[in-house]
Design a protein around this ligand. Structure first.
Ligand code: DQA
Length: 145
């Protein structure tokens, strides 16, 4: 398997930076991508994507089975609703790290449960966009082990 990590961002994360900055901070999604690229360094390649569509995320996860050694995913609102994304991740045999910018466990009750957490090998919440950097490092560690 190529040394390649797929970073997937779910709905509304395209508006990071302007979207509720008091919760999600001032960094934009391109800022997050840059931080992820710095974090992966020379280790391998990074594929950074965002979609507002559940089915597109499902298709990308299916395709990643043959192309990527790990997935870092912020499923955004689909975390709390999507059995389809969980099912797709259950077919992905390599490592999966779930990241949330905010602490979903300290927010509204409907955010406390994440379907994706049923599959994730590691979960990072409430560390802001720094959680993505931590997630990349964790994936590199999991893939290497
Ligand atoms: C989020 C938390 C979700 O509850 C929310 O729907 C998001 C972003 C986070 O990164 O904190 O869109 O995944």
């Amino acid at each position: 398997m190529p040394k390649s990590i797929l970073v997937l961002n779910g709905p509304n994360l395209n508006l990071l930076g302007t979207r509720q900055p008091e919760i999600y901070g001032a960094d934009t999604l391109p800022d997050v991508e840059r931080k992820c690229r710095d974090a992966i360094g020379e280790w391998g390649t990074l594929d950074f994507r965002q979609s507002n569509y559940e089915g597109e995320l499902v298709t990308w996860i299916q395709e990643a089975r043959d192309t990527h050694a790990g997935i870092l995913i912020n499923p955004a609102a689909y975390s709390h609703t999507s059995v389809a994304i969980l099912d797709a991740l259950n077919m992905f045999e390599a490592s999966v790290v779930e990241v949330h910018i905010s602490d979903i466990h300290q927010r509204e009750e409907f955010r406390h449960f994440s379907y994706v957490s049923q599959r994730a090998d590691h979960i990072i919440v409430g560390k802001g966009v720094a959680g993505y950097v931590e997630g990349i490092h964790k994936l590199i560690q999991l893939i290497g082990s």
